[in-house]
Design a protein around this ligand. Sequence first.
Ligand code: NAG
Ligand code: NAG
Ligand code: NAG
Length: 350
Amino acid sequence: MVNVLFWLLPLLHKMCPGHAWVASNLLMTGPKAYLIYAGSVQVGTQTGVEECKRQFAWDRWNCPDSAIQLKGLRRATRETSFVHAISAAGVMYTLTRNCSLGDLDNCGCDVSKNGKIGGSGWLWGGCSDNVDFGERISKHYVDSQETGQDSRATVNLHNNEAGRLAVKATMQRICRCHGMSESCSVQTCWTQLSDFMEIGNYLKIKHNQAQKLDIDKKRMRAGNSADKGGGILDAFGSIAQTELVYLEDSPDYCRRNSSMGLHGTEGRECVQHGEGLTQWERRSCRRLCHECGLGVEEKRIEVVSSCNCKFHWCCKVNCDNCSEVVVKHVCARREGPDGYGFRRRHRGPK
Ligand SMILES: *[C@@H]1O[C@H](CO)[C@@H](O)[C@H](O)[C@H]1NC(C)=O
Ligand SMILES: *[C@@H]1O[C@H](CO)[C@@H](O)[C@H](O)[C@H]1NC(C)=O
Ligand SMILES: *[C@@H]1O[C@H](CO)[C@@H](O)[C@H](O)[C@H]1NC(C)=O
């Protein structure tokens, strides 16, 4: 037991600063239960972060590690709203999967509706993913990280919830036919989680459509205690729970600013041509380099890989080393007073 707790403590500390909370939860749910969920929470957060990096690979802001640490999350921009939503979704997703796969002792498929009529020609049956379980546990762990009482905390909690709702919104109904010679006169159906990538796609659209909350600027500056009350809640107005919200405009992601944890786009790779690129990818050099006042530099990189492999009886494979030159495009400074071009056309956060 002692060993387990030693291993767990740094994680606990990271997830929930404030030992009082940890202690009370260990007592409440028992260390064993806590340990099982903690592992899934960590895997789930990682799943969310990886999807974030994938979704933003060709954006100026590319979900850098600095944005994921607590320091980066102290602001409430459009981008941090995505980080909150995708991590909350990742945790819920992993726990739900764990549950359906029988990884966890105390939960399994959701069979509560099985046998009931679902619609015309189909009945509930089979193993529906138990999202309610995943939602409940992830809410408990993820939302408890938000210890503040200010408008930022309210916004973060809203975005966590929007992430969890995305998991539900992207669920699919899967059906199987029954009846005489598979005539499909009766079907049984269950609901299951989509690929996590679908949740990422869904939330990326929500990120593009995110809404800025219009709260009293003076109150914001005055600090935390003043806007505890109705101010922030009024600002939500009629914004649905499924929508991402933010408080502050994004900084200029083109330029490096280490005190703000911004890397800038200098040195970033972009793609110009190639098979099967989306329009968003094909425009990456323009977006990351040109529109940020940088040029595009061609880099030739030698890549060594094995080739001419021959199989020798038995059982050996001998290969040669072949080197191949790969051309990559990278944003680089141009000549000029500050290395940035004069013709910076756009300073948006794209
Ligand atoms: C939950 O699922 C994740 C990812 O599939 C896995 O790494 C983890 O070990 C699972 N948790 C348990 C308790 O089996
Ligand atoms: C970095 O950002 C801060 C806050 O916006 C600003 O005061 C500072 O001048 C910036 N530094 C650079 C090098 O741009
Ligand atoms: C290929 O490269 C590897 C690592 O650089 C080296 O160990 C190996 O001996 C090389 N093989 C040949 C056939 O040159």
